[in-house]
Structure formats: C-alpha cells, structure tokens
Design a protein around this ligand. Structure first.
Ligand SMILES: O=C(O)CCC(=O)C(=O)O
Ligand SMILES: [Fe+2]
Length: 292
C-alpha cells in the first residue's frame, strides 16, 4: 500500500534567476554553493521563476489535456529508436501515460511531434522556444515528456501513480498543473511532499550526474502518489542526457574517493532500465499480476 505520509522537512528553494547574482560575483559564488549543497544533500532543489504567466500555465496544461484526449491509435504513433523517448503506457503503471518530444529545444523537434499528433495542424501546441538556446546544448540530448495521471478508480487508491524510482538522466526539471502527488525521499528515508506552485520548478539530479560526480551528488528516489480526489494530474518532465561518454573527471577521484563507476553511455543506462519493450515483461506481468 502506498505510504502517503510525508515529512515536514522541506526541499531547499533557490532563486537561481536572481538579477543581482551575475556570474563571477560573490552573490553568484554563494548561490553556486547553495546549489551544490542541495544536490549533495537532497539531490534536488526548487527553482523559483515567477515570469511564467498564469495564462501560459493554463494554456500549456490545457494543451496536454487535448493531447491525451487524442485516440490511442494516434498517440502510439510517437515511436523512437531510443528507449523511453516515444509514447509509453505499461500495465504495471495503470494510472499514467506519457509521451516524449525528442529535441524539444529546437523548433523542428516540437514541430514534428505536433505534426504527428495533429496532421491537420495545431497552432497552439508549438511555441518554438528553441531559437533562444545557443551552442552549449551541443553535447546534451533533451527529452520533454508530457505525462498524464488519470483519476484512480475506487479500488485503485493505493496504487502509486508513478512508482519509486531514480531518474537515469543527468538532470530533470519537473513542473505540474498544481495537483499534489510528487514526493521526494530524503537520505534518512522520509518522504517530502513537493508543494505544487505555478512559479516552482523542481530541479533534480539523475543517476548519470551521481556517477559523473563520483557519488557526491545525490540522485533522489521519488514517486507520484494517487492524485487529489477527482483531479487529473499533468506534468512536464524535462530530461537532459549527456551525449558524451560519462566519465568522472580526474579532479573528483583521489585516494579518499576511489573511482566508483566505469565510463558509460547515458543512453545505455537508460536502455538498461527501459520498460518500453512490454514483451520482455509479459511473463512477469502475468505471474506477479503487478498493479492488481
Ligand atoms: O510527474 C511527475 O511529477 C514526476 C515524473 C517522474 O518522476 C518521471 O517521469 O521520471
Ligand atoms: Fe522521475
């Protein structure tokens, strides 16, 4: 049964867009220290950003509602060679479905997804924010997953909408339609409920970041418990994956901190945990009847 209790302990809130802390200033250095301490202790922090209007928030989550209301035959057309990048629904996780936009930071990525889902055009779905991003994204692959958690039936209240897991990404940014459900586990084993807010974005480290940092950065276990009574939950999960081999920098390895991880490819880590291939799990599903 889902343990819904959450601790009074709070995830650190950091104003990373503070105008006064320009790179190089002492305010900026102190903010960097806050970010590092939050990643080491909690594996995540809440970034405040109040420039997203409530109109834009409403438009985005209204679009997600339209998207998930499309016929299944349309939604399953979003496939990918990469694990976890296409449409996903799994019998073990009956309350949720999600779909991925590969390359969401460039206009073409969002456009080709929009054309696939709405061949007759949907001008409101695609915002084309990609032009604001520079060349620094070169070595990073981005994936935007659009997630829907349906309202559980009477007999499904104890099923976690998204079971306990750590992310296989380098970093993840989460934002939802202000319906509670997301919880993060502390190192001490307490669950912290993330207070939903239109101006909060949860920035979370993934396992790839943990490995790169030689175990210094914490990649927290998190989950989504059954949503508020009668409320459907929508969330945006913005994952970044390293496009290069993940190798711990030599500065982070010494006698006291021997190297914990062999170099690996972020996509191989993701593939290892992928549930995309439902066929692999057929026996497991029928034997364990998981989710039932
Ligand atoms: O929906 C959420 O807020 C969390 C989603 C999540 O943890 C994931 O997709 O990895
Ligand atoms: Fe996650």
């Amino acid at each position: 049964m889902a343990n819904t209790r959450s601790s009074a302990c709070k995830i650190p809130v950091i104003d990373i867009f503070d105008e006064n802390s320009k790179p190089g200033t002492s305010a900026w250095i102190s903010k960097c220290k806050d970010v590092r301490a939050a990643f080491e202790q909690y594996g995540c922090f809440l970034a405040t950003y109040d420039k997203v209007s409530s109109q834009l928030q409403d438009d985005v989550f209204w679009s997600l509602q339209q998207l998930f209301n499309l016929p299944t035959q349309v939604k399953v057309q979003n496939t990918s060679d990469k694990p976890y990048f296409g449409y996903f629904k799994h019998p073990c996780i009956p309350l949720s479905e999600s779909t991925g936009i590969d390359n969401p930071t460039i206009l073409e990525g969002t456009q080709s997804f929009t054309n696939l889902m709405w061949p007759k055009n949907n001008k409101t779905f695609c915002y084309g924010v990609g032009k604001y991003y520079g060349s620094h994204i070169k070595a990073t692959d981005y994936l935007l997953r659009l997630i829907n958690y349906r309202v559980p039936h009477e007999d499904e209240r104890d099923i976690d909408a998204c079971p306990d897991h750590t992310d296989k990404s380098f970093m993840t940014i989460l934002h939802d339609n202000e319906v509670v459900g997301l919880q993060v586990k502390t190192k001490e084993g307490d669950w912290i409920g993330v207070e939903p807010s239109g101006s909060m974005f949860l920035v979370m480290a993934g396992d790839a970041f943990l490995a790169w940092s030689n175990g210094r950065i914490h990649s927290p276990i998190h989950r989504v418990i059954a949503t508020e009574a009668g409320k459907e939950r929508y969330s945006l999960a913005f994952f970044s994956f390293s496009g290069e081999i993940i190798q711990t920098p030599k500065e982070l390895v010494d006698e006291a901190h021997p190297q914990l991880f062999k170099p690996f490819h972020n996509m191989d880590l993701l593939r290892l945990y992928s549930l995309d291939d439902v066929q692999k799990y057929v026996d497991f599903i029928s034997q364990a009847k998981c989710g039932a």
